[in-house]
Each structure stands twice: as C-alpha cells, then as structure tokens.
Ligand binder design. Sequence first.
Ligand code: SF4
Ligand code: SF4
Length: 199
Amino acid sequence: MRAAPAGCEGCGECCRGMGESVVLDPYDAHMLENGLGRPFASLINREVGLAVGRGLILPHLLMKGEWEACGFLGSDGRCGIHEFRPGICRLYPLARRYGEKGVTYFAPEGNCPGRPRTKVRVSRWLGIPDLLHYEAFKAEWFAFTSRLQEVLENEEDPNEEREINRFVLENCYLRSTGEEDFFAVFGERMERIRRVVRF
Ligand code: SF4
Ligand code: SF4
C-alpha cells in the first residue's frame, strides 16, 4: 500500500479545513478520555462538535479559528495528541472499505497532494496494538451506525428520534469505558444497546 512520503511529514494540512469530516467513534472517545485525563463530555463544544448525518448525531473534531484548525494542532504544525489521535487521523491518507471480505484499505487520489508516496504496512501505519479486535469493532460500528441511520431516516416521531440519539450518545461516548479493555467492555455494552434499539 502506498500512503505517504516516507511517513507523515507533519505538515498539518490534513488537520485544517476538514469541516465536520473527522468523525469520532467510541474507541476514539475512549482513547481521548484516557489520553487527556478528561471526561469525553468536557471536550464537547470545545475540541469536539456534534453534527447530524442522516438523522444520527455523531461527534467530530471541531475546526476552529482563522485557519479552521483542529484544536489539538500545535503551533509547530504537529498533532498535540499524536499517541492517542483518532482513527481517521491515524488512517489518513488511506481509507477503509467494509465488505464481504471484511475490512480492506485503499489509497484515494488527492490525499497528501503533490507528495511522492512510499510503501507502508497498514498495521504499522495505524499503530493500533490490537488491530484484529479494532477492525472487528470498526466493522461492527460501521454496520450498526449504517443501520441506525436507515432507522432514523424513516422515524416519523421526532421525540423517538431524539431519544435514540440521546441513548446512543450517552452509552457509546459519554459513559466512560475506564482504563479497562475497551473491546471487551464495549462489546458487552453493544449487546444491551442493540436490545434497546431493537436490531
Ligand atoms: S497531509 Fe500528509 S504529510 Fe501532511 S500531516 Fe497530513 S498525513 Fe502528514
Ligand atoms: S487530532 Fe491531531 S492528527 Fe487529528 S486532526 Fe487534530 S491535530 Fe490533526
């Protein structure tokens, strides 16, 4: 896989002007909470915003100020939370597909523009220790949120839509998973969430 110029140059281009596209998943919330030593709720409306996509409210990194920069971007152009940065930041400039063969990766044209690409090993590029469990979680989360969006798009009762969003936000992001094994804790929690949302 060809990804970036001999590793990331740290130019910070992918940390500015990204709109609402750096969407966070529950593993990102877990990593941010433990890495920063702050509850995820304390980041909302500061470093993290909430946006609705197809009826589902999900958190994303806020781009702020004259340069529309991520709140974690340092004045040296480097990520201030490199060790626990979100999954989308780890993946960039690669992208991920979810299909019958499981999770696959590809390198879209136009990311890291103008720079010659070199070969990278995806597992090394991502730098996530428990990649097997992480990919299983990503596939499950993708399927869950896609299905939930279908449900919410067809929901005619705005109170029900609000209640489902509140429940998912509360249980998937705001309720701490502590410092324990995220994949084990979250796996059990998802079973309960699925029962409540009935799929
Ligand atoms: S645009 Fe590419 S080289 Fe620049 S910070 Fe992002 S990943 Fe690194
Ligand atoms: S978390 Fe780090 S890598 Fe991700 S957009 Fe912010 S500064 Fe860039």
